[in-house]
Design a protein around this ligand. Structure first.
Ligand SMILES: Nc1ncnc2c1ncn2[C@@H]1O[C@H](COP(=O)(O)OP(=O)(O)OP(=O)(O)O)[C@@H](O)[C@H]1O
Length: 910
């Protein structure tokens, strides 16, 4: 976690430096004043073509960026450390600083240096912070990952009267305008944050220092505590109204007070970091709770949904299924994967769209090639709206609208577009075509990145601009002809007319010809200005006049172009909602066609998703492992799995999977979880048939890793995750558990696994896959009617083991651990010693004792949930309610004492 310093609401009155201003240069005085007004931020202080950094900022930046640390002047008798970054490469440097959790205030020159000079020698150029760059408030392409959303998230809390706090969450992506709010309980916070995966979280100072939040915040990339006013519920509605320029939020969104508080914190922070700019945001939309599959952070990590356990995108599920051709499509696919749906009809609509493009290969490929040429309109719009856009962003909108036209034409040829495709067509039709025509007329073929470079408006678009440009270019020709004339006149062939910022236009000759021009008669025309080592420089009055004309014409042309840019930008922003809707339409189309391509290439099938508790996968494959094996020319062995309720039972089954090491147990467990997940994001699945009753929560406990940073051993991590499953999984959950209990002594592990199976079967009653090396557990099938034993088949051949990766009914009797160890290259002496130890241990026959245990232990020792609730007297319940109603943080010591006595008295009575 990166901890950020609070940004104060305003400059504190005592922020000015304590030193006597007399000792400071005017520039340093200005620097320190601006720096003091932005505590906790690194200050990029613009000086000409560089951003300069001073004092500690310079020291930190030079280390973080590997740039040279120098000195500039003195402050209180000490050298001032300094370093600088060139403005044109500043985005690279910002990127690296942000990645290291450093937030930067960018301070620009707010006037032309000439204007400052005109005020007098000692005047400093006016400067001001125009923006604070933080991880959650980026818009620049270079700073953003094109394939991922960049969310800023705020958390607001309201204290529940009975101790159950509620949390309001709001998250925005200013590079795409998304704005979403929700409420959750504290217990759900970690899972919700894992799903949204924000790049920066803002919270109040109070929550930041609340011990209960500490473990949650520690997991986050960047946390910025802010002053209390940002989270003030009383002013939230007003701040939102101000942002959206409306009198009331009622017409835009219906928010609870808590959601509004969180949403207002987001917009306030955006205004502060963008220094008054208001990037357009969609009105806050409430995320429907319960409409997405709950997946806790451990499960997300274990199943390697968007990143592998090693933190790479490569090798993750997202990487394996992402065939999108646009960045916006890739972002949408990642969003969908993070939040699979739980409503069969909605899933069906997505599947219909995919099915359309599975069936119609020509339409799929045509659409994909149109999309390949479609630019990222959403992010172009976001940059334009905060004044950070360039000519290429305008071109992106032009090309986007043209691509929308092509896509519309192709989609209209579809026989019967399903509902999702029809809604894409409506979105693509929204932006006015006139805008694209206007932009096509206005913009040149080759466009500069930055508008101030000019030269992006097409010749013939604006008569005044053409005229000014002609004047500028003609003047340049005049200079060339003057050079020829002067060369003739002086007889110096090598005479050149050059330009620099100090002298403007000047005549330059080599030193040997210098005297000639300085003597009569030439000195009447050529006025000596400068003698360098090898050259002598002159001006002429004629050059001075031309200089003024050229400079004026060039500047006028640029200003005209900038005016045109602003006008075009205004036109685009006026239809911003339509452009954003079309951009979203593209993303939806990209995802549908990409999933169709995946289905066709990898032979996926449309899953049947319904409201039952069924789960029947025929010929299922692991989407990632299958692709990896295919690359190596190896086949993946498809396997079936049926957890559907058997006749006479309401709940789904629990499969107990045994089998040797390396047989493919973990792969089988994960593939079934991933198939359910893919089905519920509306994708086809790697199977020959799949029927899935909606899964509302997915749990996995697979693999094991120490979490030493949190002071948890491997076994502790395993138990914490198992506890979460046993406490939370309901009938509609899908649970996969891999080798529970292996991290401790054999009998402890076996006993925990035993009890966990009984609990899952009797209390949770959820569909479960449970892999284990404790073969003794298979005996439980005799007593637990919905427990089914399955095993992964291997063949023994000449004392070695051959893996067949086939899952079949039955149980394994051996783990072949020693054979696998031999394959891994353990020394032969160790292998043979292990074999003899194993033979001795097997003679003691642990399995036999387990069977005896099944017979001896009372069946269904798991108490039902109702039985766990202790039966309490009325007085005890009252006492508990009284304690719950106390808020020790808000009490004075005296009030706390009084409350304690009151409780004692109550206790005495009961
Ligand atoms: N169905 C399959 N078809 C082909 N290869 C497979 C299949 N399942 C697994 N494999 C291969 O076998 C290897 C081991 O699989 P996996 O890790 O799932 O085994 P395991 O039984 O969980 O082993 P252990 O008990 O040692 O953890 C995988 O890396 C994969 O390459």
């Amino acid at each position: 976690m990166t901890i950020q310093q609070p940004i104060p609401a305003s400059v504190p009155p005592d922020a000015a430096p304590a030193e006597a201003p007399a000792k400071l240069t005017p520039m340093m005085e200005q620097y320190l004043e601006i720096k003091a007004a932005h505590p906790g931020l690194m200050l990029f202080y613009r000086m000409g073509d560089f951003y300069e950094l001073f004092f500690e900022d310079a020291e930190v930046a030079s280390k973080a960026l590997g740039i040279v640390l120098t000195k500039r002047g003195k402050h209180l008798g000490q050298d001032i450390p300094m370093c600088g970054v060139p403005v044109e490469r500043s985005e690279d440097y910002l990127h690296r600083l942000i990645a290291q959790g450093i937030r930067v205030a960018v301070c620009e020159q707010m006037e032309d240096p000439a204007a400052a000079r005109a005020r007098g020698n000692k005047s400093v150029v006016k400067r001001g912070v125009v923006r604070v760059v933080t991880p959650g408030t980026l818009t620049e392409d270079n700073l953003l990952d094109a394939r991922a959303n960049n969310y800023l998230l705020s958390i607001a809390r309201s204290r529940g009267s009975s101790g159950g706090d509620r949390l309001g969450l709001a998250w925005i992506d200013i590079s795409t305008s998304d704005f979403i709010v929700t409420e959750c309980a504290f217990a759900e916070l970690t899972a919700t944050l894992a799903r949204i995966n924000p790049n920066e979280v803002i919270i109040s100072d109070a929550l930041y220092s609340d011990a209960a939040f500490e473990p949650v915040l520690r997991e986050l990339a960047a946390v910025t505590p802010l002053t209390r006013d940002v989270f003030d519920g009383a002013t939230a509605e007003r701040r939102l109204c101000d942002y959206f320029a409306v009198a009331t939020m009622d017409g835009l969104a219906v928010l609870s007070r808590l959601e509004a508080t969180a949403a207002a914190a987001c917009v306030t922070y955006v205004e502060r970091t963008q220094v008054g700019q208001r990037p357009p945001l969609a009105p806050p939309a409430r995320e429907a709770t319960g409409s997405t599959m709950a997946i806790d952070p451990a499960t997300r990590a274990n199943l390697e949904l968007t990143r592998t356990l090693a933190g790479e995108r490569r090798g993750s599920l997202l990487d394996a299924i992402d065939c999108t051709v646009t960045s916006a499509g890739s972002r949408l696919l990642a969003q969908r994967l993070a939040a699979p749906l739980t409503e069969a009809a909605q899933i069906g609509r997505r599947l219909d769209a995919v099915a359309t493009f599975v069936a119609d290969g020509a339409a799929r490929e045509d659409i994909r090639s149109i999309l390949r040429g479609a630019p990222d309109m959403t992010r172009a719009m976001a940059r334009l709206s905060v004044g950070r856009g360039g000519p290429r962003d305008l071109a992106a909108l032009r090309d986007g609208i043209l691509a929308a036209d092509q896509a519309m034409a192709r989609l209209s040829a579809l026989d019967q577009p399903p509902q999702e495709v029809a809604s894409v067509m409506t979105a693509l039709a929204r932006p006015a075509r006139a805008l694209a025509d206007e932009f096509a007329r206005a913009l040149d073929e080759q466009l500069p990145l930055i508008k101030r470079d000019g030269g992006f408006v097409r010749a013939g678009y604006d008569a005044t601009l053409d005229e000014t440009r002609n004047l500028r270019d003609a003047s340049r020709l005049v200079v060339a002809s003057m050079q020829a004339r002067y060369a003739d006149q002086t007889g110096v062939k090598a005479l050149k007319i050059r330009h620099n910022n100090v002298l403007g236009y000047f005549v330059e000759v080599t030193a040997q010809h210098g005297d000639k021009l300085m003597s009569a008669p030439l000195n009447a025309t050529f006025i000596h200005r400068q003698t360098l080592a090898g050259q002598v420089r002159f001006t002429t009055s004629e050059l001075g006049e031309i200089e003024a004309k050229i400079a004026n014409a060039g500047e006028r042309a640029l200003n005209l172009e900038l005016e045109i840019f602003d006008r075009l930008c205004g036109q685009a922003l006026a239809i911003g909602d339509d452009l954003r809707a079309a951009a979203h339409g593209f993303a939806m189309l990209d995802v549908a066609t990409a999933l169709a391509k995946l289905a066709v290439d990898d032979n996926y099938v449309r899953p049947e998703v319904d409201g039952s508790l069924g789960f029947a996968i025929e010929g299922g494959c692991h989407p990632v492992v299958e692709q990896a094996l295919r690359r190596e020319g190896q086949p993946f062995i498809a396997n079936s799995c049926d957890l559907s309720p058997t006749p006479g039972h309401k709940s789904g089954q629990l499969w107990l999977l045994t089998g040797p090491n390396m047989a493919g147990k973990s792969t089988f467990l994960r593939q079934n979880a991933l198939i359910a997940l893919l089905a519920q994001i509306g994708s086809f699945v790697p199977a020959s048939r799949a029927r899935i009753g909606i899964v509302d929560r997915l749990f996995s406990r697979v693999g094991a890793a120490d979490d030493l940073a949190r002071g948890r051993s491997t076994f502790m991590v395993e138990m914490v995750e198992t506890a979460a499953i046993l406490n939370q999984a309901g009938e509609r959950a899908l649970v996969i558990l891999d080798e529970i209990g292996r991290g401790t002594a054999t009998f402890d592990g076996l006993s925990i696994a035993w009890a966990a199976i009984e609990h899952l079967h009797e209390s949770n009653r959820c569909r479960t896959l449970f892999a284990t090396h404790y073969h003794e557990l298979t005996a439980l099938a005799a007593k637990l009617p919905r427990l089914f034993n399955a095993t992964v088949r291997v063949k023994e051949w000449q004392g070695d083991v051959v893996f067949l990766h086939e899952v079949l009914p039955g149980s394994a009797d051996r783990s072949y651990g020693i054979q696998v160890a031999k394959l891994a290259g353990l020394p032969p002496a160790v292998i043979s010693r292990a074999k003899s130890v194993l033979a001795k241990l097997e003679a003691q026959d642990r399995g036999q004792s387990a069977r005896v245990l099944v017979d001896d232990l009372p069946l269904f020792a798991v108490p039902s949930r109702a039985a766990i609730e202790p039966t309490m007297s009325k007085e005890a319940k009252e006492l508990i309610a009284a304690v719950k109603a106390l808020h020790p943080d808000e009490m004075t010591p005296r009030e706390a004492m009084d409350a304690l006595y009151a409780l004692k008295t109550k206790l005495g009575k009961s």
